[in-house]
Design a protein around this ligand. Structure first.
Ligand code: MG
Ligand code: MG
Length: 269
Protein backbone atom coordinates (compact mmCIF):
# COMPACT_ATOMS: atom_id res chain seq x y z
CA UNK A 1 0.00 0.00 0.00
CA UNK A 2 1.25 3.47 -0.92
CA UNK A 3 0.85 6.19 1.71
CA UNK A 4 0.46 9.75 0.43
CA UNK A 5 1.68 12.36 2.89
CA UNK A 6 0.11 15.60 4.04
CA UNK A 7 2.16 18.81 3.96
CA UNK A 8 2.59 18.48 7.71
CA UNK A 9 3.98 14.98 7.39
CA UNK A 10 6.32 16.09 4.60
CA UNK A 11 7.76 18.77 6.92
CA UNK A 12 8.49 16.09 9.52
CA UNK A 13 10.23 13.93 6.94
CA UNK A 14 12.19 16.99 5.83
CA UNK A 15 13.35 17.63 9.39
CA UNK A 16 14.55 14.03 9.65
CA UNK A 17 16.31 14.25 6.29
CA UNK A 18 18.06 17.48 7.30
CA UNK A 19 19.26 15.82 10.49
CA UNK A 20 20.64 12.95 8.40
CA UNK A 21 22.51 15.48 6.26
CA UNK A 22 23.81 17.23 9.37
CA UNK A 23 25.22 13.89 10.54
CA UNK A 24 26.77 13.29 7.11
CA UNK A 25 28.26 16.79 7.25
CA UNK A 26 30.02 15.93 10.52
CA UNK A 27 31.21 12.74 8.86
CA UNK A 28 32.56 14.83 5.95
CA UNK A 29 34.51 16.99 8.41
CA UNK A 30 36.05 13.99 10.19
CA UNK A 31 36.75 11.65 7.26
CA UNK A 32 40.46 11.35 6.43
CA UNK A 33 43.11 8.64 6.21
CA UNK A 34 43.62 6.93 9.57
CA UNK A 35 40.06 7.46 10.78
CA UNK A 36 37.87 4.36 11.11
CA UNK A 37 34.27 3.69 10.19
CA UNK A 38 33.47 3.00 13.84
CA UNK A 39 34.72 6.48 14.75
CA UNK A 40 32.51 8.06 12.10
CA UNK A 41 29.58 5.97 13.28
CA UNK A 42 30.00 7.23 16.84
CA UNK A 43 30.05 10.85 15.65
CA UNK A 44 26.85 10.39 13.66
CA UNK A 45 25.04 8.54 16.43
CA UNK A 46 25.94 11.19 19.01
CA UNK A 47 24.71 14.02 16.79
CA UNK A 48 21.43 12.24 16.10
CA UNK A 49 20.76 11.40 19.75
CA UNK A 50 21.72 14.93 20.87
CA UNK A 51 18.98 16.16 18.52
CA UNK A 52 16.45 13.98 20.33
CA UNK A 53 16.19 11.55 17.43
CA UNK A 54 17.02 7.89 16.96
CA UNK A 55 19.35 6.33 14.37
CA UNK A 56 17.07 4.84 11.72
CA UNK A 57 19.26 1.89 10.71
CA UNK A 58 20.53 0.69 14.08
CA UNK A 59 18.51 -2.39 15.00
CA UNK A 60 16.63 -2.33 11.68
CA UNK A 61 16.39 -6.04 10.82
CA UNK A 62 19.29 -6.39 13.22
CA UNK A 63 21.70 -3.95 11.50
CA UNK A 64 24.31 -3.05 14.13
CA UNK A 65 25.19 0.59 13.36
CA UNK A 66 23.99 4.13 12.70
CA UNK A 67 25.76 4.40 9.34
CA UNK A 68 26.11 2.04 6.43
CA UNK A 69 29.70 2.51 5.27
CA UNK A 70 30.35 0.78 1.95
CA UNK A 71 33.91 1.15 0.71
CA UNK A 72 35.24 0.66 -2.82
CA UNK A 73 33.70 -2.56 -4.23
CA UNK A 74 31.04 -2.51 -1.51
CA UNK A 75 27.77 -1.22 -2.92
CA UNK A 76 25.59 -0.68 0.17
CA UNK A 77 24.87 -1.99 3.68
CA UNK A 78 28.52 -2.07 4.79
CA UNK A 79 29.05 -2.32 8.54
CA UNK A 80 31.38 0.30 10.10
CA UNK A 81 34.59 -1.36 11.31
CA UNK A 82 38.02 -0.56 12.73
CA UNK A 83 39.93 -0.60 9.43
CA UNK A 84 41.44 2.88 8.98
CA UNK A 85 40.57 4.73 5.78
CA UNK A 86 43.40 5.16 3.29
CA UNK A 87 44.13 7.56 0.44
CA UNK A 88 42.48 6.79 -2.88
CA UNK A 89 39.44 5.06 -1.39
CA UNK A 90 35.79 5.81 -1.94
CA UNK A 91 33.05 5.22 0.62
CA UNK A 92 29.29 5.39 0.28
CA UNK A 93 27.99 6.58 3.63
CA UNK A 94 24.26 6.12 4.12
CA UNK A 95 22.31 7.37 7.14
CA UNK A 96 18.73 7.26 8.36
CA UNK A 97 17.02 8.83 11.34
CA UNK A 98 13.67 8.57 13.03
CA UNK A 99 12.38 11.80 14.58
CA UNK A 100 8.83 12.73 15.60
CA UNK A 101 7.56 9.49 14.09
CA UNK A 102 9.03 10.00 10.62
CA UNK A 103 12.15 8.69 8.91
CA UNK A 104 14.68 10.55 6.79
CA UNK A 105 17.24 8.89 4.50
CA UNK A 106 20.19 10.15 2.43
CA UNK A 107 23.57 8.92 1.23
CA UNK A 108 26.75 10.36 -0.24
CA UNK A 109 29.82 8.69 -1.72
CA UNK A 110 33.02 10.35 -0.53
CA UNK A 111 36.42 10.24 -2.24
CA UNK A 112 39.64 10.22 -0.22
CA UNK A 113 42.12 12.07 -2.40
CA UNK A 114 43.73 11.20 -4.71
CA UNK A 115 41.14 9.00 -6.40
CA UNK A 116 41.72 7.52 -9.87
CA UNK A 117 40.21 9.54 -12.70
CA UNK A 118 37.82 6.78 -13.82
CA UNK A 119 36.48 6.40 -10.27
CA UNK A 120 35.96 10.13 -9.93
CA UNK A 121 34.01 10.04 -13.19
CA UNK A 122 31.88 7.21 -11.79
CA UNK A 123 31.02 9.35 -8.76
CA UNK A 124 30.20 12.42 -10.83
CA UNK A 125 28.09 10.38 -13.26
CA UNK A 126 26.19 8.66 -10.45
CA UNK A 127 25.40 12.07 -9.00
CA UNK A 128 24.26 13.26 -12.42
CA UNK A 129 22.01 10.21 -12.74
CA UNK A 130 20.40 11.06 -9.40
CA UNK A 131 19.74 14.57 -10.65
CA UNK A 132 18.22 13.21 -13.85
CA UNK A 133 16.02 10.87 -11.81
CA UNK A 134 14.81 13.74 -9.63
CA UNK A 135 13.94 15.73 -12.77
CA UNK A 136 11.48 12.95 -13.64
CA UNK A 137 9.97 12.86 -10.16
CA UNK A 138 6.90 14.99 -10.68
CA UNK A 139 3.14 14.71 -10.95
CA UNK A 140 2.09 13.12 -14.23
CA UNK A 141 5.26 11.05 -14.64
CA UNK A 142 5.53 7.38 -13.69
CA UNK A 143 7.99 5.37 -11.63
CA UNK A 144 9.37 3.86 -14.83
CA UNK A 145 10.43 7.32 -15.99
CA UNK A 146 12.70 7.64 -12.96
CA UNK A 147 14.36 4.28 -13.51
CA UNK A 148 14.60 4.89 -17.24
CA UNK A 149 16.46 8.17 -16.65
CA UNK A 150 19.10 6.49 -14.46
CA UNK A 151 19.45 3.42 -16.63
CA UNK A 152 19.72 5.33 -19.90
CA UNK A 153 22.36 7.70 -18.59
CA UNK A 154 24.46 5.13 -16.74
CA UNK A 155 24.08 2.03 -18.87
CA UNK A 156 23.50 3.24 -22.39
CA UNK A 157 25.52 6.46 -22.34
CA UNK A 158 28.34 5.39 -19.98
CA UNK A 159 28.45 1.56 -19.94
CA UNK A 160 28.31 1.35 -16.17
CA UNK A 161 26.54 -1.47 -14.35
CA UNK A 162 23.18 -0.51 -12.84
CA UNK A 163 22.45 -2.62 -9.76
CA UNK A 164 19.12 -4.46 -10.06
CA UNK A 165 18.79 -6.20 -6.69
CA UNK A 166 18.57 -3.03 -4.58
CA UNK A 167 16.20 -0.16 -5.16
CA UNK A 168 14.93 3.13 -3.79
CA UNK A 169 11.72 3.18 -1.76
CA UNK A 170 8.81 5.05 -0.31
CA UNK A 171 9.53 6.52 3.13
CA UNK A 172 7.53 8.02 5.98
CA UNK A 173 6.39 6.34 9.17
CA UNK A 174 8.45 3.38 7.93
CA UNK A 175 12.02 3.44 6.65
CA UNK A 176 11.03 1.35 3.65
CA UNK A 177 7.52 1.71 2.25
CA UNK A 178 5.89 1.02 -1.08
CA UNK A 179 6.59 1.70 -3.84
CA UNK A 180 9.97 0.30 -4.79
CA UNK A 181 11.94 2.77 -6.89
CA UNK A 182 14.25 0.83 -9.24
CA UNK A 183 17.15 2.44 -11.04
CA UNK A 184 16.05 0.79 -14.27
CA UNK A 185 12.75 0.78 -16.08
CA UNK A 186 10.61 1.62 -19.04
CA UNK A 187 9.35 5.06 -19.89
CA UNK A 188 5.67 5.61 -19.13
CA UNK A 189 5.35 2.42 -17.06
CA UNK A 190 4.66 1.83 -13.41
CA UNK A 191 2.90 3.76 -10.68
CA UNK A 192 1.68 7.22 -11.64
CA UNK A 193 3.37 9.83 -9.44
CA UNK A 194 0.97 11.86 -7.33
CA UNK A 195 1.36 14.79 -4.98
CA UNK A 196 2.19 13.59 -1.49
CA UNK A 197 4.25 10.61 -2.57
CA UNK A 198 7.60 10.68 -0.75
CA UNK A 199 10.38 8.48 -2.12
CA UNK A 200 14.07 7.90 -1.59
CA UNK A 201 15.84 7.81 -4.95
CA UNK A 202 19.22 6.12 -4.76
CA UNK A 203 21.16 5.05 -7.83
CA UNK A 204 23.75 2.33 -7.09
CA UNK A 205 26.11 2.32 -10.05
CA UNK A 206 29.06 0.01 -10.67
CA UNK A 207 32.20 0.86 -12.61
CA UNK A 208 32.14 -2.66 -14.01
CA UNK A 209 29.30 -5.10 -14.46
CA UNK A 210 25.93 -4.92 -12.72
CA UNK A 211 26.21 -8.18 -10.76
CA UNK A 212 26.35 -8.03 -6.97
CA UNK A 213 26.49 -10.56 -4.15
CA UNK A 214 26.26 -10.61 -0.39
CA UNK A 215 29.48 -10.71 1.59
CA UNK A 216 30.17 -13.24 4.35
CA UNK A 217 29.05 -10.81 7.08
CA UNK A 218 25.47 -11.30 5.88
CA UNK A 219 24.99 -7.57 5.26
CA UNK A 220 27.45 -5.96 2.89
CA UNK A 221 26.55 -6.04 -0.80
CA UNK A 222 29.64 -6.15 -3.02
CA UNK A 223 30.19 -6.14 -6.78
CA UNK A 224 30.86 -9.59 -8.21
CA UNK A 225 33.75 -8.27 -10.31
CA UNK A 226 35.23 -6.41 -7.29
CA UNK A 227 35.20 -3.10 -9.18
CA UNK A 228 34.15 0.05 -7.31
CA UNK A 229 30.54 1.14 -6.89
CA UNK A 230 28.95 4.53 -6.19
CA UNK A 231 25.73 5.51 -4.40
CA UNK A 232 24.00 8.86 -3.90
CA UNK A 233 20.58 9.23 -2.31
CA UNK A 234 18.00 11.95 -1.84
CA UNK A 235 14.54 11.77 -0.29
CA UNK A 236 12.06 13.76 -2.37
CA UNK A 237 8.38 14.71 -2.17
CA UNK A 238 6.39 14.69 -5.38
CA UNK A 239 4.59 17.89 -6.18
CA UNK A 240 3.52 19.76 -9.29
CA UNK A 241 6.64 20.81 -11.13
CA UNK A 242 10.07 20.00 -9.79
CA UNK A 243 10.21 17.60 -6.84
CA UNK A 244 10.70 19.03 -3.37
CA UNK A 245 14.10 17.61 -2.38
CA UNK A 246 13.82 17.05 1.37
CA UNK A 247 17.44 16.07 1.98
CA UNK A 248 20.30 18.50 1.26
CA UNK A 249 23.78 17.57 0.05
CA UNK A 250 24.77 21.27 0.19
CA UNK A 251 26.26 21.34 3.71
CA UNK A 252 28.03 18.01 3.09
CA UNK A 253 29.68 19.50 0.01
CA UNK A 254 30.65 22.67 1.88
CA UNK A 255 32.43 20.45 4.42
CA UNK A 256 34.16 18.47 1.65
CA UNK A 257 35.42 21.73 0.14
CA UNK A 258 37.31 22.65 3.31
CA UNK A 259 38.54 19.12 4.10
CA UNK A 260 41.86 18.67 2.27
CA UNK A 261 41.65 14.87 2.63
CA UNK A 262 38.53 14.71 0.45
CA UNK A 263 38.04 15.28 -3.24
CA UNK A 264 35.10 17.32 -4.48
CA UNK A 265 32.53 15.57 -6.63
CA UNK A 266 31.54 18.40 -8.92
CA UNK A 267 29.00 18.29 -11.71
CA UNK A 268 29.99 20.62 -14.54
CA UNK A 269 26.92 22.41 -15.86
MG1 MG B 1 19.84 5.42 2.56
MG1 MG C 1 17.23 4.48 1.14
Amino acid sequence: MVFYKTDEEIEKIRASCLLVCKALTEVAKALKPGVTGLELDAIAEQLIRDAGAVPGFKGYNGFPATLCISRNECVVHGIPDDQPFVEGEIASIDCGVLMNGYFGDAAYTFALAPVKEEILHLLVDTKISLRKAIEQAQVGKRLGDIGYAVQTYCEREHSYGVVRELVGHGIGRNLHESPEVPNYGKRGRGLKLQKGLVIAIEPMINLGRKGVKQAADGWTIVTKDAKPSAHYEHTVAISNGHADVLSDHGPIEEAIKINPALQEITIKN
